[in-house]
Design a protein around this ligand. Structure first.
Ligand SMILES: O=C(O)COP(=O)(O)O
Ligand SMILES: [Mg+2]
Length: 239
């Protein structure tokens, strides 16, 4: 038996998250916590098929994710010319997309490498974690629960939680996350919706380079960029 009691400072160094100045770390969901693009692409292609449109490849869909499923569908239907799709065309297809996604939400979706151990370290350090996603709140909750991750998050704010006109890149969802979990808060995301929301909310922001976006990660305006969750705590420590 180990009869050498570990000193407080030794246990502090055992988990570097214990030195962080944040009380809460907020996370985006699609492309940040979870690789959701395969199941999102399948739902989108289901709706495109009903519309008589050709399927989009996984690589075509990835950069379109981030603004919520309705915006994704509108972008896919508008195609290269970027025209506006009338509501009477969009709305029934959106219902189809959501129905398909709800029924097949966790077929291929998985957490990114190293995420669960980073979340364990934050939890062990007493730091709350929350989700602020442009996904519908009910879908985000369903997905996290099917993956056995729901209990890890102190709050889940979806794109419809506060009203759709207050979704990211508006700061409101991040303010709400901080209100529910306590500040100071840092935010982790993958797209321009996240970095703009974090800036507007006054929260330091880490971008993950492996998610979904249109532009090079350096152009997102994040305070730090990480390529793997093993680097998250170290990046947060420098903010
Ligand atoms: O569903 C989307 O398009 C965006 O979701 P996110 O905010 O979790 O990236
Ligand atoms: Mg995202």
């Amino acid at each position: 038996m180990d009869d050498q009691p570990r000193s407080l400072s030794a246990s502090r160094f055992a988990n570097p998250a214990k030195t962080l100045r944040f009380r809460t770390v907020g996370f985006d969901l699609d492309g940040t916590l979870l690789e959701t693009a395969p199941d999102i692409a399948a739902a989108l292609n289901h709706a495109l098929k009903i519309a008589g449109r050709p399927a989009l490849s996984y690589d075509e869909v990835r950069p379109m994710i981030g603004g919520g499923a309705k915006r994704l569908l509108a972008r896919a239907l508008a195609g290269a010319d970027g025209g506006r799709v009338p509501g009477d065309v969009l709305d029934p297809l959106y219902t189809e997309l959501l129905d398909h996604y709800r029924r097949n939400i966790a077929v291929e979706t998985r957490p990114y490498d190293g995420l669960l151990s980073a979340l364990d370290q934050l939890a062990d350090a007493g730091i709350a974690v929350g989700v602020a996603t442009n996904k519908l709140e009910s879908l985000a909750r369903e997905l996290l629960s099917q993956l056995g991750m729901a209990d890890r998050f102190a709050c889940v704010i979806g794109g419809d939680t506060l009203g759709t006109d207050r979704a990211k890149p508006e700061p409101d969802m991040l303010h709400e996350l901080e209100r529910r979990c306590g500040g100071p808060t840092a935010f982790v995301g993958d797209s321009i919706y996240d970095t703009r929301a974090a800036k507007a909310a006054g929260q330091p922001c880490v971008a993950v380079s492996f998610g979904y976006r249109n532009e090079p990660v350096e152009e997102l305006g994040a305070d730090r960029v990480i390529d793997h969750y093993d680097d998250l705590i170290g990046a947060l420590a420098t903010l």
